[in-house]
Design a protein around this ligand. Structure first.
Ligand SMILES: [Mg+2]
Length: 392
């Protein structure tokens, strides 16, 4: 099958929610005294926006083929990622055959390795890789899940992340993951408040509903072990991203010291097959949670997921809407998916990347059947104010 060559790569920046889901207005649960590594500083404790969590904004990558077909994707990384895409990565795509995904990925990664490897540069690579998969799906007239080997189940099943697991239960989700509100700097009183919040939700949700804590890298090993054991009394299903993503040794010890039956999960801020190999070989966790928009895109997630599968570890991607749904539906070791509750009070289901995608599907009763529209099955909302800072 001959494909039209890639004609042009464009990178845009968008503000206001969407893929940079921390970029919300005042009064949103996602910015209400959530424990972070910055919580040790009282002046940065109440709001994550106060230390700049939303400083980057969304990156939109568009790849146009010679026949006018456009693939696109959204992720985080904003203006600096747009610079990397336009000034550096575009050379590995323009004039090339869009089906050369492995070669293009390899060239993007190794050409930036001296300043990349993780973080922002791999976000940019992920955005390009996802846009390339969207383009390939549109050129082949196939959904991305078909390019990845096809569905292994009819529909996706979701747990909800947000401040109101009790409401998530009523909306049909299988579990609710709450942000941890108090970090080690808030001492025994903070720890007691964390446990009280869990106890309240257990009371409201009943015995069988999954409840989890997302600790967003905020804890130290001692605090995490203490929290896990106290939370075990209330049936906490998993403790997520308790420690710094660089502290592989801490995760290894946390997994050994966590109560039997409680899962240790992490990997949201990890990247590439090499980063996840560390987590898997050091036996750091029971579930890895790569974000397909941050870990290297679909091309890299295939390798990460295969490593996890060979170790008997579940791979439940972090958020990322349609970009992870098309992957999860093709994998036996991804039996359910995450849904981020982006309504400010977490009291209704709204599209995760609103308002950037047109046709973004949402779960109904905690379930979702994916459409067979080509690519990732969504279109870019051009009304959101696309800014192209490094136009060529
Ligand atoms: Mg998380």
């Amino acid at each position: 099958m001959a494909f039209p060559k890639i004609k042009h790569v464009r990178a845009f920046v968008v503000r206001g929610g969407g893929a940079d889901y921390h970029d919300q207005g005042d009064g949103h649960w996602i910015d209400d005294h959530i424990a972070t590594p910055m919580s040790r500083y009282p002046e940065y404790r109440q709001s994550r926006q106060s230390f700049g969590i939303n400083v980057l904004g969304t990156l939109v990558v568009e790849i146009e083929a010679a026949d006018g077909t456009i693939g696109f994707a959204v992720t985080t990384g904003g203006e600096p990622a747009a610079y990397v895409v336009e000034k550096h990565l575009s050379r590995f795509l323009e004039g090339r055959d869009p089906s050369e995904v492995e070669k293009i990925w390899d060239q993007m990664y190794f050409s930036t390795q001296y300043y990349g490897r993780k973080g922002l540069v791999v976000n940019a690579i992920s955005g390009v890789d996802l846009a390339l998969y969207d383009l390939l799906g549109k050129l082949r007239q196939e959904p991305v899940y078909a390019l990845l080997g096809g569905k292994v189940r009819d529909e996706l099943t979701f747990y909800a992340t947000g401040a109101r697991p009790d409401l998530a239960k009523q909306m049909g989700f299988i579990g609710g993951k709450m942000p941890l509100h108090h970090g080690p700097a808030e001492g025994e009183e903070g720890l007691r408040k964390n446990i009280e919040e869990l106890a309240t939700m257990r009371e409201r949700c009943g015995e069988d509903f999954w409840l989890m804590f997302d600790c967003w890298m905020a804890l130290d090993l001692n605090y995490a072990v203490k929290l896990a054991h106290k939370a075990h009394e209330y049936g906490l299903k998993w403790i997520e991203e308790a420690l710094s993503p660089d502290d592989y040794w801490g995760y290894r010890d946390l997994k050994k010291k966590a109560p039997a039956g409680m899962l240790v999960t992490t990997g949201e801020h990890e990247a590439t097959r090499w980063g996840f190999r560390m987590l898997l070989e050091m036996e750091c966790c029971d579930i890895i949670q790569p974000d397909v928009g941050w870990c290297g895109g679909v091309t890299e997630l295939i390798k990460i997921a295969n490593l996890a599968d060979s170790k008997g570890v579940m791979m439940i991607p972090h958020g990322s809407s349609v970009y992870s749904y098309h992957f999860v539906i093709t994998r036996h070791n991804s039996p359910f998916a995450e849904f981020l509750m982006m309504a400010p009070k977490a009291d209704e289901v709204v599209p995760m990347f609103h308002p950037q995608l047109i046709g973004e599907p949402v779960p109904v009763n905690g379930k979702l059947k994916l459409s067979d529209a080509p690519g990732f099955g969504v279109e870019l909302n051009r009304e959101v104010g696309l800014h192209r800072p490094y136009a060529r």
